[in-house]
Design a protein around this ligand. Sequence first.
Ligand code: SF4
Length: 379
Amino acid sequence: MDQRSIKTVEFDKPVMPGGACSVGQAWARVPQSPSTAERAELRACIREWLIRQQAVLVAHYYVDPELQSLAEETGGCVADSLEMARFGRDHDARTLVVAGVRFMGETAKILSPEKRVLMPDLDATCSLDLGCPADQFAAFCDAHPDRTVVVYANTSAAVKARAHWMVTSSIGLDIVAALHARGEKILWAPDRHLGGYIQRKTGADMLMWQGSCLVHDEFKGVELDLLRAEHPDAKVLVHPESPESVVAQADVVGSTTQLIDAAKALDATRFIVATDLGILYKMQAAAPGKTFIAAPTAGNSATCKSCAHCPWMAMNGLANLAAVLQSGANEIFVDPAIAERARMPIDRMLDFAAQKKRNVRASGDLARDDALFRHMGAA
Ligand code: SF4
């Protein structure tokens, strides 16, 4: 069963230095929806093979709700990329099956080199990753050796290997604020909207790569304003990968987990949500009885390209998940030398997050680690 269609996808392809964007072309494969009978069969098969393979399913909030529910029911996790990384590292399964996009599988492998990491589709990528090639990024870093390099999780292992810190959207603001307080200047990549949001909040000196997420980049400030006028009682929840005109209208700006928490905690009954629609499965479960309206991605004669759903997250389906569990295909491998270098910025973030939880100042010794980076050369 492999009747899948191919969707052409356009994304921002920054031309650095200078920061102008050209348009890159990529593609995504869309799994065919199984029938009700096939779904039941596939779900049973996945449950059985997770046990047989001593595997655990680690799913992102943006993938098919069927996969999210399976992860929950089988002892896996549904989470943002920070929690996915932590969960995979700490779980004692021999195999991690990552339902998400490629950089998530790579991060899992870097943190758990002794485990087998499988993905339903290895071609599930991300416009931020595609728009930040490692060789060009290395040249950008080389041109600015005085800056602390902070990269978003949505990058290849080779780009992470060139960074001092990796961050996710749930912890990026705190980490940049801490670096700024130490007087450090930042080189940020790849998402210009998230970087701009963090810069506005912290006042940090940030030199930006100019990538974008093709889903969040499409939310429209003017149309959101009109939608808010139609629903004056609604609270607006916005992921910071969205443009500034959208973020400016938010009641809450945050990572996927933070937005789900806000939907639960706020006493409003209606929300306008500017992030991937895959999140609605968890939001509705966390806040039953509340109404969620998708923020607009089209208008003013523009048509949506992603329509608020990531074409690469959509490549994860029941059929290809069942197939990789049975065959062991689609294993993630990361060059061990790159993995070793890439682990440092990821560990720094996880240590920072753990210490933040304990309300203790981060202990990362950047000066000590910089000595290591000096011997690394280009990623
Ligand atoms: S939703 Fe955006 S940031 Fe997330 S994987 Fe898709 S393209 Fe990348």
